[in-house]
Design a protein around this ligand. Structure first.
Ligand code: FPP
Length: 224
């Protein structure tokens, strides 16, 4: 049976859910945050050590300002209200992506990371203003600038996920089969599960079913 150490999730479908049930995309994001909370609990319950969540991509800036602002307010309130509890549950929060938000949010993100940095129960990598291509280009530029030998080991140390094992399992909800510039290097050998349900509807039963499916897969890593 496969060990499951790291789950990465593309939480897609908030907008459609919100429009379908509440006539508002933002209502879908709010509901999506409830699913985030549930999935964090279940990830701990399953003794999984790393959870990487794609919350905002470098491409998401193209969305209407009202939606972008709503998402960042949601994030800010989430951190303000929940960081103490996450810390008491021994959860470590790490932001992957470029922290170029308002000075207030940048500070809150830094403080949240600092406060939880020693925790060992679960590491949550929250991908914010994250894009895999720009992460890869950045790593190459550093290698080039430092005149370091180009090899996997040197390259990986300049990725945002440098101390994190590659995801074993990638889940994408929302009935779309694409990777949307997420962890393209790191998912080279991840098992990928596409889920039809929209993120706010994704529940314990769905998560457990995928985990069960993952554990049964024969992972070859190029071998036979
Ligand atoms: C993709 O669905 C989802 C996002 C771009 C935002 C994800 C945000 C959350 C789950 C809530 C906030 C989380 C935190 C941690 C504060 P979409 O909007 O692209 O959905 P669509 O494909 O139906 O339009």
């Amino acid at each position: 049976m496969n060990l499951l150490n790291h789950v990465a999730i593309i939480m897609d479908g908030n907008g459609r859910w919100g429009l379908r049930y509440k006539n508002s995309r933002n209502a879908g994001h709010k509901a999506g945050l409830n699913t985030v909370e549930k999935i964090i609990k279940l990830t701990i319950k399953n003794n999984i050590k790393y959870l990487t969540l794609y919350a905002f991509s470098t491409e998401n800036w193209k969305r209407p300002k009202k939606e972008v602002n709503y998402l960042f307010n949601l994030l800010e309130n989430f951190l303000k209200n929940r960081i103490e509890d996450l810390n008491s549950q021994k959860i470590k929060l790490k932001i992957i992506g470029t922290k170029s938000f308002t000075p207030k949010l940048n500070k809150l993100l830094r403080l949240s990371e600092k406060k939880t940095s020693k925790n060992k129960k679960l590491q949550i990598n929250l991908a914010l203003n994250y894009g895999s291509k720009s992460e890869i280009m950045n790593a190459l530029k550093i290698l080039n600038k430092n005149k370091e030998k180009v090899n996997e080991k040197n390259f990986s140390k300049y990725l945002q996920t440098k101390d994190v094992p590659d995801p074993d399992l990638l889940i994408r909800t929302g009935n779309t089969k694409r990777l949307s510039n997420f962890l393209l290097w790191q998912i080279a050998y991840s098992e990928i599960f596409f889920e039809k349900k929209l993120w706010p509807d994704f529940n314990e039963k769905d998560y457990n079913k995928i985990i069960k499916g993952f554990k049964k897969v024969k992972r070859n890593f190029g071998n036979i």
